[in-house]
Design a protein around this ligand. Structure first.
Ligand code: SAM
Length: 347
């Protein structure tokens, strides 16, 4: 196992069989060996800096019905909201004052936010915050729409591939949502010139080690700038309410592998990791992650953007979320950077 990790650190990829073997035969000693290598590589590129992204959850209306997600259209219990342009801008102002230089506008696929409305919002943020990166995470759109958002000033787009195995994609999404559409959207985003974030949940129902090996090979080949992975966490009012949560240990292990596969990538230590384990986000940083995404949404709306049960920080305001996270970052020996936090070129 140690030999395979050494080989991955040099070659940045492995065979499907080797990835599967690593995933199936983890031991605490192998974990520690991997994490030490992952930290060495992340420090070569990013030193001790942790990059910040300010998450603004603009709407929890969604036309989709993903089987795992708490804001799915079919969840009639969800209390729906959408933020106004003025509220989004005031979150950006508050975030800027706190040191954020990247804003992530995330939401369900909400038809209220037409292309025209989004272009107006993006171009206003671009004018008012010229030194900030604008990231969108609004799901599947046409090439033309992605291009129009890019031309309006968006720099980055987050769209997880969710799973690189078509049969597994079909097991966790309704028939209307197609694996091919998701893959095409990712290709479009790359072609337009976005810095692209992709990724997957760890421990979704029906997921196997072989699926995860396929995910790693997909990412090694697609080479996104950012990769978001976090444990699947069940939500009580979804078709997957009775499935167990994903494993924190396996998520950390995969983060370590991803740092070796794509040494210069941006790897967030996700909220889901912090929900599954109170020290999850620190552990993520120590396994190779280098980004955190504190919540900038107003306290009254963040209690409604519930993807899974037991979401942390749902009553905090932006300043207290950041303060709590900064304290956790300091404990790891790393510190938060105040700049846009672009990915470094590969060495
Ligand atoms: N609508 C946009 C999209 O689909 O990309 C952005 C919002 S979507 C809720 C963001 C991510 O949340 C998804 O890509 C998914 O991986 C994650 N997510 C949804 N439900 C989850 C759950 N139950 N546990 C962990 N992560 C979840």
């Amino acid at each position: 196992m140690f030999d395979i990790i050494d080989k991955l650190a040099v070659q940045h990829t492995l065979s499907h069989e080797e990835f599967r073997e690593l995933i199936e035969n983890r031991t605490p000693a192998v974990d520690e060996y991997l994490f030490a290598k992952a930290r060495e590589i992340r420090e070569k590129y990013y030193g001790k800096e942790v990059y910040l992204r300010g998450l603004i959850e603009i709407s929890n209306y969604c036309r989709n019905n993903c089987f795992y997600c708490g804001i799915r259209n079919g969840n009639r219990e969800a209390s729906r909201y959408r933020m106004s342009k003025a509220d989004i801008l005031s979150c950006c102002r508050e975030g800027y004052a706190l040191g954020f230089r990247t804003f992530v506008l995330q939401g369900g696929e909400d038809a209220y936010f037409t292309d025209e409305k989004m272009i107006d919002i993006v171009s206003t943020i671009r004018q008012q915050f010229p030194d900030c990166a604008i990231t969108l995470s609004l799901g599947e759109k046409s090439y033309e729409t992605y291009k129009a958002f890019y031309d309006a000033g968006a720099d980055r787009y987050l769209l997880r591939h969710e799973t690189a195995t078509p049969e597994h994609y079909a097991q966790i999404h309704p028939a209307k949502m197609l694996f091919e559409t998701r893959q095409k959207a990712l290709q479009d985003l790359m072609e337009i010139g976005y810095q692209v974030g992709s990724g997957f949940m760890v421990g979704t129902p029906f997921q196997t080690a072989s699926h995860l090996a396929t995910d790693l090979l997909f990412l090694a080949n697609f080479r996104p700038h950012m990769i978001g992975i976090g444990p699947f966490l069940s939500h009580h009012n979804t078709p997957f309410s009775h499935y167990p949560d994903g494993s924190v240990e396996l998520t950390l292990f995969l983060l370590g592998l991803l740092r070796l596969i794509l040494p210069a990538s941006l790897l967030p230590s996700t909220t889901a990791l912090g929900v599954a384990d109170p020290d999850g986000r620190e552990k993520g940083l120590l396994a190779g992650a280098n980004v955190i995404m504190p919540n900038l949404s107003p306290a009254e709306v963040r209690a409604k953007y519930i993807l899974y049960d037991n979401k942390i920080g749902t009553h905090d305001d932006a300043a207290s979320s950041l303060k709590k996270i900064a304290e956790r970052v300091i404990r790891t020996g790393y510190h938060i950077a105040v700049h846009r936090g672009d990915a470094k070129p590969e060495k």
